[in-house]
Design a protein around this ligand. Structure first.
Ligand code: NAG
Length: 354
């Protein structure tokens, strides 16, 4: 009786009250682990000397208690929605948070650092945590959960967790197109190829450490990101076709390599989460998603502000629930929520193959 009751409660919890998490009944995800950039950074950058931060108002204005946590948006970010959707917890914490508790560790953390990319030069330019160091932090994390839960339980947590990797935007949009170094060394396909190789290497590294369910985010439509529209979209703030083509090319190469990798790793799911087409759909049909503004951010003018230039002096839009973007680079909580709901059914099918 007791067992049945526990199962019932667990099952209700996993499906949430809206019943839209799509997690199959027999699947249990003990933890989620995130690597990469600002889309998954819940505040790791708070503890670094870098300009790429978001731990001041108006960031976090719609978070619990209006608290700026370091998330690069007004409220919850992708990692939080994913943790919830997988039935794990409401908020995905930052690994570097000194107040983090053992129980937070056991249900997963984020090692992500806003501004980072696959290319080590990208994180260096921004003064943030490269993927190589995120990997070292993950190794340290494994030791911690082993000490807390025991060898066997820790292994189970890692095997059944879902791992998320978000990188590439900073490689192209800040490193490649802003600084000259990589542009002198590589043409666009050459650089894309380098990034894809680095992505595959990274997936292999976390696989070696025990990851068996891995989700990699594709490139978003670079040319439709508000700051890019400001730079090259003219007075009408059009999407820049050239940059969208770069994203599509990169996504094509990434897809191919991930499929190849997935077929070569036994009992492992490596899934590409499409970040391109769902965003295009939202941008082209905002009303369908309850949105009004998709070509600029809510913070300040919405055209250039991000990180330290979106601050307490910035005016903010009247209703950020009508905006896809919070600042000129990052989606609003609402935008994150809409996007996750769009990809969730396919993501769950590929992760749990039902
Ligand atoms: C903001 O927009 C959302 C979504 O359309 C709506 O539900 C909410 O009532 C609006 N809030 C205000 C203060 O207008």
């Amino acid at each position: 009786m007791k067992v049945i009751l526990i199962c019932l409660v667990a099952s209700l919890y996993i499906h949430g009250n809206d019943g839209t998490t799509y997690l199959p009944d027999d699947a249990f995800v003990p933890a989620i682990i995130a690597f990469g950039d600002s889309l998954l950074d819940p505040g790791n950058n708070n503890y670094l000397k870098t300009l790429t931060k978001a731990n001041f108002p108006p960031y976090g204005k719609d978070f619990l208690g209006g608290k700026p946590t370091g998330r690069f948006t007004n409220g919850k970010t992708l990692g939080d929605f994913l943790a919830k959707a997988l039935g794990v917890k409401e908020y995905l914490p930052a690994y570097l948070d000194p107040l983090i508790k053992d129980n937070d560790l056991l249900t997963g953390v984020s090692f992500a650092s806003g501004g980072t990319g696959y290319d080590p030069l990208t994180s260096k330019l921004a003064g943030v945590i490269p993927l190589s160091l995120q990997l070292e932090m993950f190794k340290q994390y494994i030791l911690k959960i082993k000490a807390k839960a025991g060898e066997e339980a820790a292994k189970n947590i890692i095997t059944n967790s879902v791992f998320f990797v978000s990188a590439n935007s900073n490689d192209f949009l800040t490193n490649y197109y802003v600084f000259p170094i990589r542009r002198l060394q590589y043409d666009v396909p050459g650089y894309g190829n380098k990034l894809v190789k680095l992505a595959v290497d990274f997936i292999q590294e976390i696989h070696k450490l025990g990851a068996r369910r891995i989700v990699v985010f594709s490139a978003p439509p670079y040319g439709c990101i508000p700051i890019e529209r400001t730079i090259a979209g003219g007075v009408n703030r059009r999407c820049i076709d050239k940059y969208n083509k770069v994203a599509q090319m990169f996504n094509g190469m990434l897809k191919q390599e991930i499929q190849f990798l997935a077929s070569s790793l036994p009992e492992t799911r490596v899934v590409l989460a499409d970040f391109y087409n769902p965003l295009i759909s939202i941008i082209e049909n905002p009303q369908q998603y309850g949105l009004e503004v998709t070509d600029k951010g809510c913070c300040g003018t919405g055209k250039i502000e991000m990180s330290f230039t979106c601050n307490k002096l910035s005016k903010i839009c009247r209703n950020d629930s009508k905006f896809l973007f919070w600042d000129s680079l990052h989606p609003t909580e609402k935008g994150c929520n809409i996007y996750i709901n769009l990809i969730l059914p396919d993501l769950m099918k590929s992760l749990f193959r039902y």
